[in-house]
Write a protein that binds this ligand. Structure first.
Ligand code: NAD
Ligand code: UDP
Ligand code: UDP
Length: 321
């Protein structure tokens, strides 16, 4: 196998850290670039001693001059709590970050993959969502910085393709979960698990009847790598996710059941523009990549619960010690 020099932006985040690990295991050189906005050095701490791994603190809103063969562009806060904290910065990261990474890809003739999102479909009027659906996104709401930033990044990817014939790949990722989500990440899987393990109330937003389809991180990473390995003719966009659709209430019940927690469910206000339903159509992923997820929700939750159990107990030991 040929060793490639691979840049992973947002590599110290949840998905990025797993991707770095996979690429190193395949024998590649990995340059992880992150400004630690939501990611942490400790997510990649176990990789720092690996000779083929390099960690660089850098904001993708600034130009980056490095020599690489492939770029995975993940830099962007992904949880509503974090991307709404500084919405202008979120849009800048998506849009200016995309321009800089595309400019870099153009100069060094690298393949470049964008981690886009199911949020480009907004509160979808078509269900399940297929890639040909143009979406139902509010351009001026609290989620818009993320949704429209990601949509504009897709536009830039396809314009760099049309103008400069870049080797682009666009993955539309659906809700992904697993170890190394931050305990305060704010997304539903980590919130429910942390709440259940700590015996706190499980916070359901709205009536809990909205749906999401949850993909385990290892499945997702294998889909991203497969997409990157495709030839020049394959650009996407391609949905990557798990088609198992659950209501948020079902997720809460499952987490309570699996943790044996005595936590009770409480209902909080539904955030504005919260999508009512979401499920990927994976026909294109299966046809083009021969890929589909294999981890069932309970299996993935089990691994994630074990992870949070471990880090929460070590934090409480530190607290008491
Ligand atoms: P995450 O917040 O854990 O990771 C994002 C990483 O990007 C963090 O390490 C953060 O510090 C870094 N970052 C943010 N702004 C940056 C900047 N300006 N310069 C450099 N680094 C920056 O989130 P994640 O779940 O790992 O998401 C990774 C990517 O996948 C994101 O682009 C996200 O939009 C996309 N995605 C994730 C999901 C999901 O369910 N996890 C779904 C759809 C799309
Ligand atoms: N860029 C970068 N690294 C490079 C090449 C370009 O960060 O190796 C950035 C640079 O900031 C530039 C952007 O990418 O503004 C877009 O580059 P491109 O060549 O497409 O546009 P131009 O430089 O002509 O504006
Ligand atoms: N949600 C919830 N309780 C929480 C966090 C989230 O009920 O503590 C809901 C949220 O309103 C949404 C769903 O769970 O309907 C998924 O939220 P998340 O932030 O994980 O992802 P996204 O909305 O971006 O899909």
């Amino acid at each position: 196998m040929i060793t490639k020099r691979v840049l992973v932006t947002g590599g110290a985040g949840f998905i990025g850290s797993h991707l770095c690990e996979t690429l190193l295991a395949q024998g590649h050189e990995v340059l992880c670039v992150d400004n630690f906005y939501t990611g942490t050095r400790s997510n990649v701490g176990h990789l720092l001693a690996t000779p083929n791994f390099e960690l660089m603190r850098h904001d993708v809103c600034l130009p980056l001059y490095v020599e690489v063969d492939e770029i995975y562009n993940l830099a962007c806060p992904a949880s509503p709590v974090h991307y709404q904290f500084d919405p202008v910065q979120t849009t800048k990261t998506s849009v200016i970050g995309a321009i800089n990474m595309l400019g870099l890809a153009k100069r060094v003739k690298a393949k470049i993959l964008q981690t886009s999102t199911s949020e480009v479909y907004g509160d979808p009027a078509v269900h399940p969502q297929e890639e040909t659906y143009w979406g139902n996104v509010n351009p001026i709401g609290p989620r818009s910085c993320y949704d429209e930033g990601k949509r504009c990044a897709e536009t830039l990817f396809f314009d760099y393709r049309r103008q400069h014939d870049l080797g682009i790949k666009v993955a539309r990722i659906f809700n992904t979960y697993g170890p190394r989500m931050h305990p305060n990440d704010g997304r539903v899987v980590s919130n429910f698990i942390v709440q259940a393990l700590q015996g706190q109330d499980i916070t359901l937003y709205g009536d809990g009847n909205q749906t999401r389809s949850f993909c385990y991180v290892d499945d997702l990473v294998s889909g991203l790598v497969r997409l990157m390995e495709t030839g020049h003719d394959v650009t996407g966009p391609i949905n990557l996710g798990n088609p198992g659709e659950f209501t948020i209430r079902q997720l809460a019940e499952t987490v309570i059941d699996m943790t044996g927690s005595s936590s009770r469910m409480v209902f909080k206000a539904l955030p504005q523009d919260d999508p009512k339903q979401r499920k990927p159509n994976l026909d294109r992923a299966m046809e083009v990549l021969g890929w589909q997820p294999t981890t069932r929700l309970r299996e993935g939750l089990d691994l994630t619960i074990r992870y949070f159990d471990r880090i929460l107990s070590s934090e409480s030991r530190k607290g008491s010690g």
